[in-house]
Design a binder for this molecule. Sequence first.
Ligand SMILES: [Zn+2]
Length: 362
Amino acid sequence: MTGLSGRRRVSKPTASRHEMDLPKSVLVGDGVIKELGEFLKNLGCRGTVHIISGPHVMLMAREVVEEALRNEGFAFRWSNIGSVEIEPSKVTGGCASEQDGIILGLGGGRTVDIAKIVAFSSGHPFISIPTSASHDGISSPFASIKGSGKPYSIVTRSPLGIIADIDIISNAPFRLLASGCGDLIGKVTAIKDWELARDDIGEYFGKYSASLARLSADIVIKGAEDIGRRKKESYRDVVEALISAGVAAGIAGTSRPCSGSEHLFAHALDVIGANKGLHGEKVGLGTILMAELHGVGWENIVKALECIGSPTRAKDIGLSDEDTVKAFVHAGEIRPDRYTILNKVKVDESKARSIARMTNVI
Ligand SMILES: [Zn+2]
């Protein structure tokens, strides 16, 4: 143990006080994975480095990761979480051990989330090493895990450090990056929902964190064409925007700047068992629908998603019209403590169908 992290959750913000939970160091660039050992040393990490990863990533990155750790004298061990869903009971610390000094999550969104929860549950500091840019969990203090009984994210701690190697991330399938863009564009409606909660029920609202999350969405909306052309610089922009959005949640002490009614729609799809599409793809569709409810120009959202190559129609990800309508109707029930536009505008089946048709989502 290094004593750099603990099990204490980020405290809930109020109008009079709030806690910012931020990563200490973020390294972004081509080939930066080679600097892993030095990065950990500079952060003051000691003890065995426990790397949680999946079989594909282990095959791809094992050599370079082990060499980087050996060069700085770190002992290490690997946990392969495999391709099957991990049981939530195993995630609550079951695979950490006394010898572990630090836990690394090396892989896609699911791997990073699982490693983050293992680190939090066992009281170890956590380093996030995403191999794709598919959602903002790479830097936030929140994590979600399927089968945990909670369809939405749970509060943990922010990573102590993040290494985002653009060479690795740009080699991941483009669909993952496009999904990350959908997650970022969702900040448009997330911020509108947060403003609404401030105005209607007096909820704490962080101007700075809201602006930062909104900026992350704007970078993607403005750069949509370049992202769609798969320019390498765009990968870096998207990765930095995802990191900033996650940091915005860390500054706010709540997932509010990153997650509103568009996320409730995505979670509702999971709850009704419509297991189609990636997280950011579902969030992108939800953003189109919620933008119409908020009256903030769903057409611009569609235009940006289309330019990027992210889905704008339910059928693009194999979703049926009926499941889409059902998720839209029930989205407001997913998280009763989260006040959004769905508390203000009643969406029954007929309204859901008409908005989904009007916006061409179905
Ligand atoms: Zn998200």
